[in-house]
Design a protein. Structure first.
Length: 555
């Protein structure tokens, strides 16, 4: 049986040349002394390093290489089947390269290939201890080849417990992938994921898991900032899929708090689509729709409708529509003309207003043209148009601008009135047309085509009527003057001429009177001609008598 002798290292060193300074331990040797500057070989007679092992090395009780022989890891290399660290009472087998804090003797940084008694629980780990409290490590787990950062038990291919920051620059700005967890109390954010850029203010996308009663609700927020001055959430997609821009609490599928501008080269479009008819609604900011534009799409009824709410917010009412023929209706859903305006008795008016100098309705240089249908307090069926005039609900017509006069035309049943209102507000009757007859200064022309209450001044009047040349007909009976004289004595007016009472009661017809007066002139002319003939005959007889008398004297 072969035995080995334990020799002091100094003796062994002394047996070999000093230049080599090599220690050789034959197979089976159980111990060795020590000597400085000596290479130790195990399983080799030519060690090339301070410790040169040719073959397997087994540490059944564990081993520690470092400046501390304690099983608790210190600076150096730990090899063993059970390694106890200062942070736990148990241990795991493996290889550790570690560094301890010289003051607290706690493990500060380490790299380890470890395993424990649980099958499939071998891991490669690199880690540090943050302020002697929290463990921060990278783990490559045997199960599934999962990699964990900040966790010793990764459950996915890459499992990060903490934030990810990429590309920190001189401006302290970095790209961030951040996840965090807070309490699960109602209203809190139990978990969230943020992706973006940060220099102290986050710009990016945050996915939240918010506690809503007993149910977790997910939402997505998009944030930007400008030097922290205008930082905030710009767009939100809530748990119901509602999208908000400028609001974190959208109430509709697309809810914008602010102004929308669309600009595309060649034009831009906003397209709304809905099978029953798309609409564009306007909210008053208190959750009440103040107005709406709706497109009707039933077959052959394509139209555009305009709605507004009442003054008391009792509901939307359609005010105007454009039908598929291009007809516009205000106050009606069935416009029959290019523009149809319908309304109640007091409220069907159109106004054209001009204010060139910004003086307001009562300014001196304003113009107001009003068109109305139905006349409150006057007629149900009347219509009209006027300058500086306004039908009022209490009845009658008033001036729109009280510093000026006005004029208007009223279109009534079988009657047209053209009136004026002077600067004092007094209504002046103008022209009335009734059943084709015209009255000036009167609304009742009677049986006359033109009736005038007041004086008429004209440079020429032409009257077309019958004339009196019949007096010169051969069969015309010229009343003898004795007969005329008798009629005058009896009736106190010429024959064929109305009396004063008749004229006072019914007036005279200018044309008829002119013809009658002409007849009297013509009759008078005939009487003068007849009288002249008699005078000529008498003159001839008198001349003959004078001649005969002269002859008698000369005898």
């Amino acid at each position: 049986m072969k035995t080995s002798t334990l020799l002091p290292l100094s003796l062994i060193v002394g047996l070999v040349p000093l230049a080599a300074q090599t220690v050789y331990i034959p197979s089976g040797t159980s111990g060795i002394g020590s000597s400085s500057n000596a290479n130790v070989g195990i399983g080799t007679s030519s060690p090339g390093a301070k410790l040169d092992v040719q073959g397997n090395a087994i540490f059944t009780g564990g081993g520690v290489f470092g400046n501390n022989a304690n099983i608790t890891p210190n600076n150096g290399l730990i090899l063993g089947t059970t390694v106890k660290t200062s942070s736990s009472s148990g241990g795991q087998g493996g290889i550790y390269i570690c560094s301890n804090d010289a003051v607290t003797s706690r493990l500060e940084s380490w790299m380890a290939l470890v395993t424990d008694a649980t099958a499939g629980n071998r891991r490669l780990m690199i880690g540090v201890v943050e302020q002697n409290v929290a463990w921060r490590n990278i783990t490559l787990a045997e199960s599934g080849g999962n990699v964990g950062i900040g966790t010793a038990s990764p459950t996915t291919k890459l499992d990060v417990n903490g934030d990810i920051s990429v590309g920190v620059n001189a401006a302290n700005t970095s790209s961030i992938l951040k996840s965090f967890t807070t309490s699960h109390a109602a209203g809190n954010v139990p978990s969230a994921l943020a992706i973006g850029v940060s220099d102290g203010w986050m710009s990016g996308i945050t996915i939240n898991d918010v506690r809503d009663g007993s149910v977790n609700s997910q939402s997505i927020a998009f944030s930007t900032h400008h030097g922290g001055v205008s930082a905030g959430t710009r767009m939100t997609i809530d748990k119901d899929g509602l999208v908000g821009i400028g609001t974190t609490s959208p109430g509709y599928l697309f809810d914008v708090n602010g102004t929308i501008h669309s600009s595309v080269a060649g034009g831009s479009n906003l397209i709304l689509s809905k099978a029953s008819g798309p609409s564009l609604a306007f909210d008053n900011g208190a959750g009440v729709q103040s107005a709406m534009i709706e497109a009707g799409v039933p077959a052959n009824s394509n139209r555009l409708e305009f709605w507004t709410n009442t003054s008391g917010n009792t509901g939307l009412v359609e005010r105007m529509r454009i039908d598929n023929a291009g007809n516009v209706g205000i106050g009606t859903t069935a416009p029959a003309k290019r523009l149809t305006v319908a309304g109640g008795h007091p409220d069907t008016q159109l106004r054209l207003f001009s204010d060139a100098y910004g003086q307001g309705l009562d300014g001196g240089n304003t113009s107001v043209l009003t068109l109305w249908a139905s006349e409150p307090g006057m007629t149900w069926t009347g219509a009209g148009i006027g300058n500086n005039v306004n039908p009022i609900s209490t009845g009658g017509l008033a001036r729109a601008t009280t510093t000026r006069g006005s004029s208007y035309v009223r279109f009534l049943e079988n009657n047209i009135l053209l009136n004026t209102i002077d600067a004092t507000g007094t209504d002046r009757l103008g022209i009335s047309i009734v059943s084709g007859a015209v009255g000036i200064g009167t609304t009742n022309p009677g049986t006359y085509k033109l009736a005038v209450v007041g004086k008429i001044h004209a440079t020429e009047v032409v009257v077309e009527t019958g004339w009196s040349d019949y007096v010169f007909s051969d069969d015309y009976r010229l009343a003898p003057l004795s007969e005329v004289e008798a009629h005058i004595k009896a009736e106190k007016h010429l024959p064929g001429i109305p009396s004063a009472a008749e004229v006072e009661q019914g007036g005279v017809s200018v044309g008829d009177m002119q013809a009658k007066l002409l007849a009297k002139v013509e009759e008078l002319t005939l009487h003068v001609i007849a009288q002249n003939k008699r005078l000529d005959e008498q003159a001839a007889r008198l001349a003959a008598l004078e001649k005969e008398n002269q002859q008698l004297r000369t005898r």
